[in-house]
Design a protein around this ligand. Structure first.
Ligand code: ZN
Length: 373
């Protein structure tokens, strides 16, 4: 089966990436689009270029694809709806440039394990948080082979010029050995440098399609009153997916208005686990007004599609650490009897049963667990 591009502009992004690779660059390409999807500029990594080009960074490690695409798009970007499309998840340098140019949305084909999670850190700066674009990626399902190619090209370029042993290649050796093997094979094949993009896909398509993109680890962000829509959407998804685990229902949550969601944020602290900028899990910590030094964890949930990546333990550890920083001494939570997966997770996070139980109206028995700090 041939690898296909979702549309001609995605093809252009990869043509730029391939031109970068074959000219000795890092193999990353990008385009800038307006809100209607019209092309405003295109660029590629030009770290190895020796000839100057107008409005392009060339021959420097800073000559990244997104910077060059933004520079090519000129000074008068539209004030709303600008999109940067790139083969690889933006690095800190490009992410900052994208925020400065007030780009509304970033679409990337392949995740970059080195830079994944930037979204969570930039939210802590007020100006950047305000300008931070929506991020969409990596490509999955039918687009997964393009995600593999997007990751493999920079990795191949790195292997070709610097060899193994660097932090990035070691990370791939641990987490994505198949992808590292593909990248090494492309790096070892000097004949690929004479191919055009179609010939590359014809020659390497099967091998690319056999390879899985990097499996990402989630990061954690704190969400507040201004994130009420995000909090609402995750809460409703959790109630719909695990109705037996919670003491309320989707029907109840749907009756809440904006103010009600904002009020909830005032009385408790909520964190989300995120992949890219997609929320895939949630946890809430609330101080117990009747027991000094005690807080309760509620609303713990991880999207089934994101399970097995450590999101649950990350959320629990984040909430416990936050309470410890506030000089809290004890964290409690309630888990439905028989929910072995949740109980096991909490036990791995240091929680133990107190022996207290509660019988709910619907007949469920809940067990209290605690962790002393
Ligand atoms: Zn970059």
């Amino acid at each position: 089966m041939a690898i296909e591009f979702p549309d001609p502009l995605w093809r252009k992004v990869f043509e730029q990436a391939w031109e970068s690779y074959t000219t000795g660059g890092w193999g990353v390409g990008a385009v800038v689009l307006d809100a209607e999807g019209r092309l405003l500029g295109e660029g590629r990594n030009r770290s190895a270029d020796t000839e100057a080009a107008l409005r392009q960074l060339t021959g420097t490690p800073l000559a990244h694809a997104e910077l060059n695409a933004l520079a090519a798009a000129g000074d008068d970007l539209p004030t709303a709806g600008t999109v940067v499309r790139t083969t690889l998840e933006p690095c800190a340098l490009c992410a900052s440039a994208i925020a400065l140019r007030r780009v509304a949305r970033v679409e990337f084909a392949g995740a970059d394990p080195l830079w994944h999670g930037l979204y969570a850190t930039h939210r802590t700066h007020p100006l950047l948080a305000q300008r931070w674009p929506a991020q969409v990626g990596p490509l999955t399902d039918d687009g997964a082979p393009l995600a593999v190619l997007a990751e493999a090209l920079p990795l191949s370029a790195y292997l070709r010029t610097r060899g193994r042993g660097a932090a990035s290649t070691q990370a791939y050796a641990t987490h994505s050995p198949a992808l590292l093997g593909l990248a090494q094979a492309i790096a070892d094949d000097d004949a690929v440098l004479d191919l055009d993009l179609d010939a590359l896909l014809a020659a390497w398509g099967d091998r690319i399609e056999e390879t899985q993109p990097t499996r990402l680890r989630p990061s954690v962000i704190q969400v507040g009153a201004d994130d009420w829509e995000r909090v609402r959407d995750v809460r409703i998804a959790s109630l719909a997916e695990s109705p037996q685990a919670f003491g309320s229902t989707v029907a109840q949550a749907l009756t809440f208005d904006e103010q009600r969601w904002r009020d909830r944020a005032e009385t408790a602290t909520t964190w989300h686990a995120v992949l890219g900028d997609r929320s895939v899990g949630s946890i809430t910590l609330r101080a117990d007004p009747d027991a000094a030094g005690t807080a309760e964890i509620t609303g713990m949930w991880v999207d089934p599609q994101a399970r097995g990546r450590g999101a649950g333990a990350l959320l629990v550890d984040t909430a416990v650490a936050a309470w410890r920083r506030l000089a809290g001494r004890r964290v409690v939570l309630w888990v439905v009897q028989g929910n072995e997966a949740a109980t096991g997770l909490y036990e791995r996070c240091g929680f133990r049963a107190t022996g207290r139980t509660e019988l709910e109206d619907d007949g469920r028995v809940e067990l209290e667990l605690e962790r002393l700090l």
